[in-house]
Ligand binder design. Structure first.
Ligand code: T3D
Length: 261
């Protein structure tokens, strides 16, 4: 499903997905949700796509839910329904895709927009970008995994402060706190993000996907359990062609040509 609210550009080895409702700072309506869902599903299934780059058009990344579609003073809305059918599946999908998902936060990321960005594997932000847990400003609680992701990344003290106050977190602050990977100058954002996607797309995709899974499971496991999981996963990737190629390339003193298997 597409009405132009999400743009998909296939590059060599990776896909760029751009939220494209700039007049609304790329806030989500249902169509944009469904278009993004389709774009992610296609990228996930396409074997020639080995990394995904998510960004926004215009001056914002995403301002969360499109509030022009909400009028709670006139009608009761079951927000649990959109969370259950649209936001939660989106976050679960981003976390489950066995390929690196990079987010290039080009401008303000507010509400669910902030937490969707933070659900991605590697987050780069333009120096002018801001992260705003805007929910308290409109009497909601943070969603899209924010109450899990944000304290895990920056700790409870900072998470509570930014969620209670709705104060913007600058890109610099976000990087200093470990909420994102790095800040880059606005003009360099897409070049750097595309470079990273292209590099990762040439990487050992299967092992990267499994690394993602291991890291994401770690919080629920004891060290003992995690050691066992690493052993089992290493056993599995050790049978793959990328490992054979990686070792051969090392011995032959040349760059490895990984195929992602
Ligand atoms: O509802 C459910 O299904 C539950 C799920 C909820 C998830 C959520 O995300 S709840 C949180 C929703 N988001 C927000 O509360 C953020 C609202 N936006 C803002 O606070 C500000 O726009 C920003 C801080 C993000 C940016 O401020 P600023 O001053 O840079 O820009 P602006 O002038 O406020 O916005 C520019 C335009 O985008 C403006 O339209 P206009 O006046 O030029 O025609 C503004 O109305 C529009 N816009 C921004 N955010 C939204 C939006 N339109 C609809 N929905 C938005 N969320």
């Amino acid at each position: 499903m597409s009405d132009g609210s999400v743009r998909v550009e296939k590059q060599d080895g990776y896909v760029v997905i751009t939220l494209d409702r700039p007049d609304k700072l790329n806030a989500f309506n249902e169509t944009q949700h469904l278009s993004l869902k389709d774009a992610l599903a296609e990228a996930e299934e396409d074997p020639s796509c080995r990394a995904i780059l998510l960004t926004g058009a215009g001056r914002g990344f995403c301002a969360g839910q499109d509030l022009s579609e909400r009028d709670p003073s006139r009608e009761e809305i079951d927000l649990g329904l959109t969370i259950d059918t649209l936001y939660n599946p989106l976050v679960r999908r981003i976390r489950a895709i066995g390929k690196p998902v990079i987010c290039a936060v080009n401008g303000v990321a507010a509400g669910a927009g902030a937490n969707i960005a933070l659900a991605c594997d590697i987050v780069l932000a333009a120096r002018s970008a801001k992260f705003i847990q805007a929910f308290s400003r409109i009497g909601l609680v943070p969603d899209s995994g924010g109450t899990w992701t944000v304290p895990n990344l920056i700790g409870e003290a900072r998470a509570k402060a930014i969620m209670f106050t709705g104060e913007p977190v600058t890109a610099e602050q976000a990087a200093d706190w470990g909420m994102i990977w790095k800040v880059v100058d606005d003009d360099d954002l897409m070049t750097q993000a595309a470079g990273l996607a292209a590099n990762l797309a040439k990487g050992p995709t299967r092992s990267l996907g499994l690394t993602k899974g291991l890291i994401q499971q770690a919080g629920d496991n004891t060290l003992d359990r995690q050691l066992d999981l690493e052993r089992d996963t290493q056993r599995e990737v050790g049978r793959g062609t990328d490992y054979a190629e990686g070792v051969r390339a090392f011995i032959e003193k040349r760059p490895a040509k990984f195929t992602g298997r």
